[in-house]
Design a protein around this ligand. Structure first.
Ligand code: TRP
Length: 332
């Protein structure tokens, strides 16, 4: 039986926090059990906003280490850097000829830039480079190059995948052939937002995150900082409005979760106790990953080797696809 192809791009943004882990990494790895997974580091996408070579290099290594440490198996899954597959950029050139400029004008990320420039009284296109403007086309190239069926992404990326559909359909229509498979965006099964240390959505921009590989001591310190109300120890507490419990639900077993729920409702449990329980389940889950991560960062040639081998395999697939496309368009 032919498995469906799942592909997603990973932005090199440094070490992920547990919101990224629960929202993106864990579900993508789960999906790889039923699909043929192709996950790549979108390093050329990062160039639009980051011009610091050392930073791009470091972030690429860190994010690759994070995925490998979380259980990505480069033997069974295709894992590569976008920049190792130059066919991507040939496909980008092809796709640009099928992309109406108006489609790019409607991209949310670009429109957000226009709006913030307008607010600041600046030129509408201030700070907009063509890489940013055509970002959705590069993303379409990433996706269409590998005959992707499913693209697991956050909601903010749905529009980009829909643009890839539009561009692919336009190509298929022009040549009257199924040159491209039409990809479907797939919302992460678990897209409920995780609360951060201050009770708001966990997000880098709120500085309320828990880094995935925080050393044990720091992890405990962060958990102890979670904001709670001022209820006394004896008072019964509501688990369903509590940040500690909402985090706990992601790491405890069903039995553990039910037991903690009862302790909340019975009263006699202080916030310090709840935090200690949370620390224990989180640390048990994250310790092995943290160890893997530290090992990988100490032995970076393991990461480099995995990416290099993955890149070679990806290039073979990509080259075949480009040959087919060149035949269709008459550049062969
Ligand atoms: N744009 C995606 C993000 O910001 C990353 C990305 C690049 C991607 N190319 C992709 C995601 C292709 C899915 C498929 O997170």
């Amino acid at each position: 039986m032919n498995k469906k192809v799942a592909l997603t791009g990973i932005k090199p943004t440094g070490i992920p926090h547990i919101g990224n882990y629960l929202g993106a990494i864990a579900p993508a790895l789960k999906l790889s059990e039923t699909c043929e997974a192709r996950y790549f580091i979108a390093d050329y996408h990062a160039l639009n906003s980051c011009k610091d070579p050392a930073e791009i290099r470091l972030m690429t290594v860190e994010i690759a280490a994070a995925w490998l440490a979380s259980g990505l198996n480069p033997e069974t899954m295709l894992f590569y850097r976008q920049s190792d597959v130059p066919e991507t950029f040939e496909l980008l050139t092809i796709l640009l000829a099928f992309t109406p400029k108006g489609l790019m004008n409607r991209a949310h990320a670009y429109k957000a830039m226009l709006a913030s420039n307008a607010e600041a009284g600046k030129d509408p296109d201030d700070g907009v480079n063509m890489g940013l403007y055509t970002y959705p086309v590069l993303m379409a190239a990433d996706i269409l190059l590998f005959d992707t069926d499913f693209v697991p992404v956050g909601n903010d990326q749905f529009q980009h995948v829909e643009m890839a559909q539009d561009i692919a359909q336009s190509f298929n229509f022009v040549y009257g052939t199924e040159g491209f498979r039409i990809p479907q965006p797939l919302a992460h099964a678990d897209s409920r937002t995780l609360v951060g240390l201050d009770g708001r959505k966990m997000s880098k921009s709120y500085s309320n995150t828990i880094p995935m590989f925080a050393p044990e001591k720091d992890l405990r310190k962060l958990i102890m900082k979670i904001v709670t109300n001022s209820q006394e120890i004896e008072e019964p507490k509501d688990p369903d409005t509590c940040s500690i419990f909402s985090l706990y639900k992601n790491f405890g077993t069903p039995t553990q979760i039910a037991a903690l729920r009862e302790r909340y409702q019975a009263g006699g449990m202080g916030w310090g106790h709840a935090k200690q329980e949370l620390f224990e389940v989180m640390n048990a889950h994250l310790s092995p990953l943290r160890e893997n991560y530290n090992d990988l960062m100490q032995n970076q040639q393991v990461i480099t080797k995995a990416l290099k081998e993955g890149g070679e395999k990806a290039r073979e697939l990509a080259a075949q696809k480009i040959t087919v496309l060149r035949n269709i368009i008459g550049i062969n």
